[in-house]
Design a protein. Sequence first.
Length: 81
Amino acid sequence: MRGLMRRIESVAAAEGARRVVRVAVRLGALSHFSPEHFREHFVQAAAGTIARDAKVDISVSRDTRDPTAQDVVLEDIEIET
Ligand SMILES: [Zn+2]
């Protein structure tokens, strides 16, 4: 979660964002997150950051053999400058 927030914040900073509007993530089949559970953690982790009001779109992979199956992959990020 911390790594994900760091990536979101570094992309936002690199693009001169005032805020992050939306992020899209994919939950790996072995990531141990349900969408609801991930959303709770995201809200906590994003509090006080540039992504605090971001909409979160979550997709879930069922492919346990995907090399990123244990990860939460940042697929897209939409910012406002
Ligand atoms: Zn938890």
